[in-house]
Ligand binder design. Structure first.
Ligand code: C5P
Length: 216
């Protein structure tokens, strides 16, 4: 009898957007639904992995057999992700905000001084941090890259810059964000595999199988 392909492995997945507080009642966000990341967490669990899913604010049920850690901001997501290590695999699918706001302690008011000036501060890069985690670095670090043009060239550059092993590049020129389907190119140092457009669950299943293959 064969054990499931990812039995005994720990996989950490980030998913969803982040919310960056402007003041106690407002935030900056993006249109990520979390669907692709949740599907990957589910697919890895279905192959027997122990899965930690670090989720930004999304309206999705927790997949069966997955341990979910809910976070709001990029800085919380970084802390939860690093705190989930050690892991065999990290799949960073979250659409992390590039900036947080120097948030106001109290609610901003309309006033005579005109609209408030928001000061944006660069967020930490969670994927790059995980890939540079030294002895705690997962054996396989996978990032995503949403691109509208030069999809593969941008993904190759991202692979190098962030120290990832694979970048799954999505072509988001259509209605991928929030949609049911995805069309991806899996970019590795050795080459590129382009997959046909398919449901996000199928992308997830195929990626989970590829991860199991890679770990042997
Ligand atoms: O640079 P860009 O945002 O396009 O990179 C996308 C990849 O990097 C995704 O895997 C995303 O989850 C990850 N990322 C991250 N932390 C950030 C920005 C991006 O983990 N602050």
């Amino acid at each position: 009898l064969n054990a499931p392909a990812l039995a005994g492995r720990h996989v950490v997945v980030t998913a969803g957007p982040t919310h960056e507080a402007i003041d106690p009642v407002r935030y900056l966000a993006n249109r990520s639904s979390g669907r692709q990341g949740f599907a990957i967490a589910a697919a890895c669990a279905a192959l027997g992995a122990r899965v930690t899913l670090v989720a930004g604010p999304v309206a999705l049920p927790t997949p069966a057999g997955v341990t979910r850690v809910d976070v709001e901001s990029a800085r919380e997501m970084l802390a939860a992700t690093m705190g989930a290590l050690p892991a065999d695999v990290a799949v960073m699918v979250a659409a992390v905000a590039d900036w947080h706001v120097e948030a106001a302690a109290g609610k901003l008011k309309k006033g005579r001084d005109g609209p408030p000036q928001l000061r944006l501060v660069e967020n930490p890069d969670i994927l790059a941090s995980v890939a540079a985690a030294g002895p705690a670095r997962p054996r396989l670090v996978v990032g995503f890259a949403a691109e509208t043009d030069d999809v593969i060239a941008h993904a190759r550059a991202k692979l190098e810059r962030k120290g990832a092993d694979w970048i799954v590049a999505n072509d988001v020129s259509g209605d991928v964000m929030g949609g049911a389907n995805n069309r991806v190119h899996v970019v590795r140092a050795g080459g590129v595999e382009s997959w046909d457009e398919m449901p996000k669950a199928d992308v997830a299943a195929r990626l989970a199988a590829g991860i199991a293959d890679e770990l042997g």
